[in-house]
Design a protein around this ligand. Structure first.
Ligand code: TXA
Ligand code: MG
Length: 349
């Protein structure tokens, strides 16, 4: 067990003396958890092998999974990428700082522990004053995967981070619930056609405004083993709470009727939960189940999803039901996480 330094900070009133404490930990090859606009990240010096190893240890994660390098200034991209083509420059101008990770050819000195042995490196500049101050003050390129134990939901709240990671890292900065709630969109700019490897808040439509030609990796909403996931992170079990989640997709009946029917046929002693949008909340009352409100719109569903998955565990839920969120845009990112969390368990109504 490490003696973790924990500090609460306000994103709108960042105190540089507080930031220095954590910047020094990074300079001394330690690990620091910090908030970003997407999820909390567990950071260490990306260009130092000893530091990067500590991230894998804290997460209990296989070391062939590459990490995202976080920078505090746009021009740091040239310190770690071998070439930055015109299209990537246009993406940087449009979307940084923000929830977009860009994959580029790496420079020699980026160690293979950070890139999972690949010839490419994933880079992003987060949009969060605390993250930005930490990155600038330390002047370090910081590798930072989501701050969860491998396989568990990514943390988006202070309580989640502290309950899971206190004692596993040198420092933790907490602030509030993360704005986006899902990890950054990952786009590979080294392929012939720029390809979204992980969907997020920045959608295909957003990217099409800058890139003429861009596609989504077909592996994103499918479980099929024969589709080789290009982002190695996609091959591991992810986001799994202890509860068994079933996603209900509309076919013949209304989704709420199907969920009610399923609940009535379950054994009495199981602890059952339903996750739904605010408008549907009332439909599920009096079912002898917990009902979790994911929000009024899809952006709120994204923001609340991981937090709600964590609440399933906190409430010792055995079975949880959730509707399939149809559509494009942010729904694709939501469904990508929800399908993994459910082990691709989808029932038609
Ligand atoms: O929002 C985020 O991106 C958060 C916050 C903390 O910034 N970070 C995060 O990192 O989600 P992580 O390590 O959990 O996810 C990294 C993803 C994985 O799916 C990984 O396989 C992919 O990016 N990735 C990283 N480097 C890659 C590379 N060179 N080629 C392909 N995929 C890569
Ligand atoms: Mg992760």
């Amino acid at each position: 067990m490490k003696n973790t330094i924990i500090k609460q900070m306000d994103e709108n009133a960042v105190k540089i003396d507080d930031i220095k404490i954590f910047a020094n930990i990074l300079k001394e090859k330690g690990t620091v958890i910090f908030p970003t606009e997407t999820v909390y990240g567990i950071g260490a010096n990306a260009l130092d092998v000893e530091s990067a190893k500590k991230i894998y240890e804290a997460k209990g994660r296989p070391s062939d999974n590459p990490l995202i390098c976080h920078i505090g200034k746009k021009n740091q991209v040239y310190d770690i990428a071998r070439e930055v083509d015109e299209k990537s420059k246009a993406l940087i101008e449009e979307f940084w700082p923000g929830p977009l990770t860009i994959i580029l050819k790496k420079k020699e000195h980026v160690p293979s522990i950070t890139t999972g042995g690949l010839d490419t490196v994933a880079i992003r500049m987060p949009k969060n004053n605390i993250a930005n101050a930490l990155l600038r003050e330390s002047n370090i390129v910081v590798a930072a995967p989501s701050a969860n134990i491998s396989g568990r939901p990514s943390p988006t709240t202070p309580e989640h981070v502290i309950s899971e990671m206190d004692g596993r890292v040198d420092g933790i900065i907490v602030s509030k619930i993360c704005d986006v709630g899902l990890e950054s969109t990952v786009i590979d700019m080294t392929l012939d056609i720029p390809t979204i490897l992980r969907p997020g808040k920045i959608t295909l439509t957003d990217l099409k405004k800058i890139l003429k030609n861009v596609i989504i990796d077909p592996a994103i909403l499918k479980k099929e083993e024969n589709l080789i996931a290009k982002a190695p992170g996609m091959k591991y079990t992810h986001y799994s709470p202890n509860a068994k989640i079933t996603i209900i997709r509309k076919k013949d009946k209304n989704i709420d009727e199907k969920i009610k029917e399923l609940i009535l046929n379950q054994e009495q002693n199981l602890n059952i939960a339903i996750m739904c949008m605010e408008d549907d909340y009332k439909k599920y009352q009096n079912l002898n189940s917990l009902v979790f409100n994911l929000g009024k719109n899809l952006d709120e569903v994204a923001k609340n999803l991981f937090y709600t998955l964590k609440k399933l565990d906190d409430n010792k839920v055995d079975l949880a039901y959730c509707p399939y969120f149809e559509g494009e845009e942010i729904s694709i990112a939501i469904m990508n996480r929800l399908l993994k969390a459910s082990g691709y368990r989808v029932l038609e109504s």
